[in-house]
Design a protein. Sequence first.
Length: 262
Amino acid sequence: MTRFGTGGSASDCRWICAAAVLLLAAAFWVGGVRVPGALAFSVSPTHIELVSVGRAGRSQIVVQNTESVSLPIEVTVDKFKLDENGRRKNVKAGEDFLVFPAQALIPAGGTQVFRLQWVGEPMLAESQSYIVNISQIPVRMPKGHSGLQVAVSFGALVNVAPPKSQAQLDLVATDIVTDQSGRRFPMVTVQNPSRTHALFTRSTLRLAGEGWDLTVPPGQLQQKVGIGLVQPGSRRKFVLPFPIPDNARRIRASLAFDPSRR
């Protein structure tokens, strides 16, 4: 049995699982004055699946400015790896993507389409994962005021798969974790032995133990843990927010994985 606190495995598992990666989200006031443009835009979609050849290597991201002033935006791309607890490590993205435009000034109430084109290796050896950062360029402070300048950034998850490839996902371990208040939750470890990224939440998961039985369909699984990215050749641990009855000292699990990514 494993124990975790509020900053341990349970929260780590949820990092990239969310459909949108919100890097900063709060209402900002500086010197009693709301900074124009802060948190005044939306991004769609926040999860994109691409293939490294053909038309499937292109997509677009739409940014809507809901503010009453113009909004300066820039787009950057980070490549990343996840460890088994879902912690992210950025690596150099290089020039794998062409983004047009890279910057834009979106008028009040307006919309800007940013086009995304894969220009990296067409015959990838294995899937690659990226965060496309949609960032607000810092604005000038109102005249007569000074203080912290605020810029907001949203991230869209982009996975790029090799052509004609299919993911595989195996359930390799099951455990019970206990939080600081003594509640017990199931933890599963999955492994992707393929060269294509897998999405854990495209699975139907069955949990059982000593009179307790729970089947979690893909839709409910995604609501609870997000996207569930498992990169090629990697393992991931997922703590599932379903309390285990006190009489269930051990649990069993089975996984029916759907390799489709759309």
